[in-house]
Design a protein around this ligand. Sequence first.
Ligand code: ZN
Length: 341
Amino acid sequence: MATSQDHDAWQDTLPPAELLARGVGPIATEEVPCCPVCGGRDKDRLAVGFDYELLTCSNPWRMVRCRDCGHVWLDPRPAIDTLGIIYPKEYYAYNYEQQINRIAVWGKRQLDRRKLRGILRLLGRRPRSFLDIGCGQGRYLRTMARGGLSRDRIFGLELDEPIVRVLRAEGFRAFACRVEQCDTIPPGEIDLATMFHVIEHVDDPRAVAAKVASWLSPGGVFAVETPNIDSLDARRFADTYWGGYHIPRHWNLFTPSTLARLLDDCGLEVLDLRFQPGHSFWMYSLHHKLRYGKRPHPRLARRFDPFRSLPPLVAFTAFDTLRAKLGCRTSAMLMLARKPE
Ligand SMILES: [Zn+2]
């Protein structure tokens, strides 16, 4: 169990030299004493790490694991008024396609299309309405429109207002608001809701899942993709460097069973669980270890930056695709759940 002594000891962890040299300071934090999935208070420390990816702040951050249900969360986490610091303007979720080369973009699009096709197959009928939460520049909205769904039946939520204005001009029903505060989507309206790599960023995943469940029509399906902490790379780099921690921007990390529990608690029936390639988590894990480890190798580390280096990206994608086919649990899971008829 995490004690106050433990609290003091981990807070003394020194940042890597490179982070100190940046001159960035610590940011304000808030404690998260209870497990966001089960409400339990007993927890063990799992990891202590830093913002290895964007170097936005010097705080040491702690991941804790719930003793009751196994859920993992960031405690303490950044205070809400620091979000502008930990999500700088160039945060790649918005401009992925500008940063990486064309072959990688093409490959990612193929994987994304395959993912959506798989979801639609499982749905067993053409959805009459679609919602993508965290829709970015609207890739999936456009794919659904090309598939024949009317744009006024396609919804998107995205926090970036300029992007939302573009999507609205194209005829989509896009809104710049958080799920919990969104009251523009009528209850029971949505046949298919997707949320790819978003739930790990939110402060209250239970409230988000409950809201999505309320939007689903009877028989409607919710497809949620998120890191899987019960995976080979998560275990291998558990102490600090695992790329899936994405410290301090991932606030909740699930296993298949904690995610299933959350969806079940919101009245949804889990239909299916698939494992996707977790190539960027493998690459960031190696990148962080090489760049910040005891004997840093910054030049070698750059070869594992998923935005700069194609060969390891292809290799880890192939490795995880094969592992998923063989029945292994990769570090990216896609769970599908249905609202009962
Ligand atoms: Zn718990």
